[in-house]
Every structure is written in structure tokens, then in C-alpha cells.
Design a protein around this ligand. Structure first.
Ligand code: NAP
Length: 310
């Protein structure tokens, strides 16, 4: 190929899924280009200790793990660019991917753009982002030593974050919009047993108040609609994630929540030659190791597809 902007495979995204796909694709000699996106290394770069990734008996930090994966991919010839994809054309092959105003073409595409934290979407939340509001307990918990904080949500993330935050905070309120929980029983029990944690059920945050940082919230009771205000130093959102598929629009089949649809036991999408792996197509497991596993599958699927084209 004389065209320096042409690749056999372009991998969009650089979390465990994207970088594992890059390792496998590079070792299979299909010269991958990795467009790393706006969070190089993905969600693990905003966590500290990773204790459940096999092979690290003593644990490893998220950023370190991702650096190692990137180094491993580039060792075998993967090209990594810190660029954000702004458009794609999957209507004809070679496919076109636009990043930073530049067009790249590829015979196959692996989408590994992951998912991002969901926010409440109220106006006052924007105002205090990073000033008392966070979606990452492991990143920001340290700033709330001896403070009173709220964790919003009723899933495993909310329980996990709340329990973790009791290491720093003097009091953690779990604010959840109903009485039923999505979280596993074991996590819920662990949170219930923690003396620093108190549950405020059937409540939603109506407004967040403060001068420079958060100082209070207005809660609305979801049953009586009654409003109440309480003083609080910080709020951690743990209300799930949204797949990063905005750039693909309706150019690829996705489900009602925006997750890209893949064929069972495969990473094939509805477009021949376009594969998806990791959290962008998985709302169930969402683990670094499962993302890495599906990244490996995507690279093998892409390699087979390219072979069949030749
Ligand atoms: P999740 O299970 O989808 O839970 C999200 C929670 O946020 C739900 O309780 C939901 O309430 C609430 N919520 C959503 N939008 C809201 C809004 N606008 N206002 C108020 N509340 C809102 O998400 P997750 O907890 O992040 O977990 C995702 C997946 O990762 C799960 O499969 C989970 O098991 C897994 N995970 C596992 C672990 C672990 O095993 N250690 C840790 C973390 C996550 P409703 O219930 O009313 O919808």
C-alpha cells in the first residue's frame, strides 16, 4: 500500500479492549493503527489499584496496567495516535475514519470506544463538577477526609464506592431513587453493615447548592414529592454508564441504550469488516479482563475477515 494513511485495521479506542486487539493484530502482522481517543488508556486510567486483573498477585495501578498494554502493542508494531475520531464512513470499503481533520482509510475497523460515567443531567451538577462532584471514588475520595458525602445510585458501583469512601469520609449517605436495588445481595449487605453508611431511599437530587464547592443538596422524595435540604460536602455519582457511540450515530446497529450489537460468540457487527469489543458492546460484565478477552476476539475476527478478502 503506498498510501501512508491506509491501514489493514484501525482500532478506535485504547482501553483494555482496544489495546489487547492492538497486541493481537500487531502480532498477526496486520499493522494496526490505534486512535486512542479522548481518554487514552480508558476508564482504568481513572482508577487506582486494580486487584482483579489476573497475573498481578500484588495488584497494579490502572494507569500502569494500561501503559504496559500500550508498550506491549507498540513492541509488535502497532501505531498509536492520541487523536479523537470525529467522523466515520462505513458505507463502502475501504472504510474512512476522520480524526483531527485527517482522513484514514482501513480494510477493517475494530470499535473499542468503551463507556463513560452517567451524570444526573441537572444544571447545578455541571457547576460543581470537580468542585465537590465526582464519578470516581478511587480518584477523588482522598479529598473528602472527615467529610460528609452522598453516593447516588443503587447498583454495585454505588455500594462499592460508598464502602470505599468510608475509608475517608466521616459519613456516607447512599441516595437511591427507590427501595429495590440492582446491586448484588453481598455488596448491599456489606454496605448495610457499615456503620458509617446510611441509606436515604426513594430520594432524588433536585438541586446542588454551594458557593465555590458543594455545601448542600435539595432532595425530593419520589413518593411524597416533598423537598428537603441537607448539608453535604461532596457527591459521588454511581448511576451507571453510557456507551461511547455518539460518533457512529445510526451508521451501525446498536440497542436501545446505544450499545453496539454484536453477533453471539463473536465481535461481528451488522457491517461486514467492522468489529466491536469491550464495554461499547457489553453492558453485563464490564470488567478489564472481559474487555481484554473480547479485544482479542475482535483482532482474531478481523484477521480472519482480512484473510478471506485476499
Ligand atoms: P447499574 O447496575 O446500572 O446501577 C445504576 C444505578 O443507578 C441504579 O440503581 C439506578 O436506579 C440508578 N440510576 C440510574 N440513573 C439514575 C438517575 N438519573 N438518577 C438516580 N439514579 C439513577 O450500574 P453500576 O452500579 O455502575 O453497575 C454496572 C455493572 O457493573 C453491573 O453489572 C454491576 O454488577 C457491575 N459492577 C460490579 C462490581 C463488583 O462486582 N465489584 C462493582 C461495580 C459494578 P434504578 O435501579 O432505579 O434503575
Amino acid at each position: 500500500m503506498g498510501d501512508t494513511n491506509h491501514y489493514k485495521v484501525i482500532i478506535i479506542g485504547s482501553g483494555p479492549a482496544g489495546l489487547t486487539a492492538a497486541i493481537y493484530a500487531a502480532r498477526a502482522n496486520i499493522n494496526p493503527l490505534v486512535l486512542e481517543g479522548n481518554q487514552p488508556g480508558g476508564q482504568l486510567t481513572i482508577t487506582t489499584e486494580v486487584d482483579n486483573y489476573p497475573g498481578f498477585a500484588e495488584g497494579i495501578t490502572g494507569p500502569q496496567l494500561m501503559d504496559e498494554m500500550r508498550k506491549q502493542a507498540t513492541r509488535f508494531g502497532a501505531v498509536s495516535k492520541f487523536e479523537i475520531v470525529t467522523d466515520v464512513d462505513f458505507s463502502k470499503r475501504p472504510f474512512t475514519v476522520t480524526a483531527e481533520g485527517q482522513n484514514y482509510t482501513a480494510d477493517s475497523i475494530i470499535i473499542a470506544t468503551g463507556a463513560s460515567a452517567r451524570w444526573l443531567g441537572i444544571e447545578s451538577e455541571q457547576k460543581f463538577m470537580g468542585f465537590g462532584i465526582s464519578a470516581c471514588a478511587t480518584c477523588d475520595g482522598f479529598f473528602f477526609k472527615d467529610k460528609e458525602i452522598i453516593v447516588v445510585g443503587g447498583g454495585d458501583s454505588a455500594m462499592e464506592e460508598a464502602i470505599f469512601l468510608t475509608k475517608f469520609a466521616s459519613k456516607v449517605y447512599i441516595v437511591h431513587r427507590r427501595e429495590g436495588f440492582r446491586s448484588s445481595k453481598i455488596m448491599l449487605e456489606k454496605a448495610r453493615k457499615n456503620e458509617k453508611i446510611e441509606f436515604l431511599l426513594n430520594k432524588v437530587i433536585e438541586e446542588i447548592k454551594g458557593e465555590k464547592t458543594v455545601s448542600s443538596v435539595v432532595l425530593k422524595d419520589t413518593q411524597s414529592e416533598e423537598l428537603s435540604e441537607m448539608n453535604i460536602d461532596g457527591i459521588f455519582m454511581a448511576i451507571g454508564h453510557i456507551p461511547n457511540t455518539q460518533v457512529f450515530g445510526d451508521k451501525i446497529d446498536s440497542d436501545e441504550s446505544g450499545y453496539i450489537k454484536t453477533e453471539p460468540a463473536s465481535t461481528r457487527t451488522n457491517i461486514e469488516g467492522v468489529f466491536a469489543c469491550g464495554d461499547v458492546q457489553d453492558k453485563i460484565y464490564r470488567q478489564a479482563v472481559t474487555a481484554a478477552g473480547s479485544g482479542c476476539m475482535a483482532a482474531i475476527d478481523a484477521e480472519k475477515f482480512l484473510e478471506a478478502q485476499e
